[in-house]
Each structure stands twice: as C-alpha cells, then as structure tokens.
Design a protein. Sequence first.
Length: 137
Amino acid sequence: MVLAGDYNVVPTDADIYPTTSYDNDALVQPESRATFRRLLDQGWLDAIRAQHPTRRIYTYWDYMRKRWERDAGLRIDHLLLNPPLAARLVDANVDKAVRGKPAASDHAPAWIELSAGTKPKPASSRKRPRLNQVPRA
C-alpha cells in the first residue's frame, strides 16, 4: 500500500530551504512534524527520503518571491510505503523540471519505482468459508 499525496507537512529542516518565513506556518510546527513522525513510526517508509537521505529535495515552490528561480522549495508531497512495498523500493524522486514549464503547478510530480514482486491471489480465488458453513475444530 502507498499513502501518497500533499500532506502539507515539512518533516524536517532538511525538507525546506533555509528561511524563517514559514516559522509560524502549520507546515513546520512541532505538532505537524510529530504527527508525520508517528506515521513513520507505525512502519511506513518515506520513499523519497529513503532514496535521498541527505539531499535537499523539494516538491513544492511557491509562486511568490521568485521561490522557483531561487530553488526555495519545500518537500510537502510524500510517498509512504508499507513494509511489503518498502522491501521492493528501487528508486524514488521528484521530476523537478516539470515545475519550471510554462503554466506549471507549484508542485512537481513525485514518483517511486518498485521491483516486480509476487502478486497476491485475487480475492475471488482465495478459499473462504461459506456463510452457512461451520468451521471445523
């Protein structure tokens, strides 16, 4: 399972350009960061951070104050993987160049690549007891 989306949380100071302009914003508050951390502590893997543990990598650049041109970004879009998918993670990144195109979104696409794995059997082929069937002891 993948939990993907714009979380509006900057998990750490490494996920935002050096600034004080967001200090009072919910994106960087200890409560927001702690909630995100609790997700990771449940066993979810932050795919982009796992692939780029020390790199400043952003998914969002505000249109104001030439933030795109200055590479003054934030990482607020996240791809969290459950343990079975985390084991299959090959790569994860952000297509930053897309953000620089005319009339682009202020977010750049984030993506993951997974290795091929065994697919679970479809639910219809799994053996399930019939509703009127009593399980054997």
